[in-house]
Ligand binder design. Sequence first.
Ligand SMILES: [Zn+2]
Ligand SMILES: [Zn+2]
Length: 350
Amino acid sequence: MVEIVGTGVCGTDRKILLGRFPARPGTVLGHESVGVVRETGPQVRSVGVGDRVVVNPTLYCGWCSPCLRGATNFCRHKAGTEVGVDRDGTYAEAVTLPERFVERVPAGLPFRSAVLIEPLACVLNNVEAASVTFGDTVVVLGAGPIGMLTALVAGRQARRVTLAEPDGYRLERAREHFAHVVDVAGADPVEAVAKAWGEERPSVVFDTTGTGLDAALRLVDDGGRVVVMGFDDAYSVPLRPLRLTNRGIRLIGAGDYRADTFPVAVNLAAELGAPQRPGSGTGTLLDRLVTHEFPLERYSEAFTALGGLTLGDGDSGDSGTERPPRYDALKVVIRSHSGPFGDDGWPVGV
Ligand SMILES: [Zn+2]
Ligand SMILES: [Zn+2]
């Protein structure tokens, strides 16, 4: 049993509440969670009472055929096991899980940064699926937390990474961390990127918005890859197969992550998020991605900061040309714990 300290609000949570992502009605949301082990069963070995931990919310059985070939994110027995989607999540005081879905947070990685481990696992899986190499030039559509993490991870390989974003707040935040950021407000992203890039076109495009597939397909260079990451059940694109075959475009959907990706995300977060890392300057990207924190009872303010819970123009989805919702935040965290708090502003000694 993990006493939850905090949970990052995911774009998926908002899409669930708007009816744009399938979930079981009545389920407690919340899946990007960190906390402290409060109780263990007699056979638990890898964690102990008092350990700081992160939850891997993508439960799997381990013995069905997708699981046996390592594709645990497509487990056949997934129904009712996705924490915060169809099994009660962590906008709550505590959660009880099997041992293998609870991992220790490395010493030195603050809770505040550790809430980004789960999104980082998604990003690792998708960047890996795109086989990004040194020769690649990458455009990431959307500079929310997932977009920025994608730019960060892809940028460890690719020759050039550009973020494309229409929201003023997110543009400003993205420019604090990335050299190439393109404002696509009121413009066709394809034209806006072309203006910044000249002749060259991206060999890989990640769409983290859920409504950018059409733009991504027009933007990507011949022979390139398009990775679909954002979720919006209401968005669709008519796709003529010839559009892929003639130009040699690979369209990639990689989903969340396999079981073996999660510990990699834990270790990479430790690398990226340790406050004393040389060159980390005024704070690591992980730390600065968390812009707002609210106690559990003020959850509605958390969603207000992320575009609110009424359908905005950008959520109607079908044409992809509407104005996107306005954001006043990057990663918003809902805190389940009331303290006492340490230097990093997060509970200690719980
Ligand atoms: Zn999420
Ligand atoms: Zn399985």
